[in-house]
Design a protein around this ligand. Structure first.
Ligand SMILES: [Zn+2]
Length: 203
């Protein structure tokens, strides 16, 4: 059993180093079923062995080069709070091996907003189906994955902890992928009486 645990920690360390990303929401380990068949089951099995709660979600990463297609895969997510605390206790080396990118305090998914009937900005979910390392994508990659405004070139991803920009659902846009999103300015521009709606919605 001790050997099993040591082997699990070692495997997770390698996965973290090669495919891990640490965000405000927690840890994600990316698994590409084409390049590495069986990697999802292996990662989950190792986490279960260590008693770390996790969940898997289908997730897409952007193309590596312009003109290529997004890459479909699966992400194993360990949420901030108790799950990540268990991992830290059981295998702190895994977290130390995560590459240090720019510090990001994001959720797993980019939040999406809309205007309600009274012109108040309300959260309506998230741009799902995307890998959680979206804050680290290049601008062209974000555009390829639907994370830029459909009416102007604005990147919809907050760029800093005090950046309060929001992504809005495009009215009448079909759900699904890629998300059809607008920046705050372009969303408000669609409100007929923009001035009165805007003043009641922002306070
Ligand atoms: Zn816009």
């Amino acid at each position: 059993m001790t050997v099993d645990l040591a082997a699990a920690r070692r495997r997770l360390g390698v996965a973290g180093r090669d495919r891990g990303c640490l965000l405000g929401a927690g840890l994600v380990l990316w698994c590409d079923p084409l390049e590495d068949p069986g990697s999802v089951d292996a990662v989950v099995a190792d986490l279960v062995l260590l008693g770390v709660p996790c969940r898997t979600v289908a997730a897409a990463r952007p193309p590596r080069r312009p003109g290529l297609r997004p890459r479909a895969g699966v992400e194993v997510r360990v949420a901030q709070g108790r799950p990540l605390e268990v991992l830290r206790r059981q295998a702190s080396s895994v977290l130390r091996q995560i590459p240090r990118g720019a510090p990001v305090d994001s959720e797993f998914d980019l939040a999406v907003w809309d205007l309600d009937g009274a012109g108040v900005e309300v959260p309506v979910g998230a741009a799902g189906g995307l890998a959680a390392d979206w804050p680290h994508w290049e601008g062209w990659q974000a555009a390829a994955m639907g994370l830029t405004c459909r009416s102007c070139p604005a990147d919809l991803r907050p760029q800093a902890p005090d950046d309060v920009r929001r992504a809005f659902r495009e009215p009448g846009g079909s759900p699904g992928w890629p998300p059809r999103l607008l920046c705050e300015g372009c969303r408000w521009a669609l409100v007929p009486d923009r001035r009165s709606a805007g003043s009641s919605g922002r306070g």
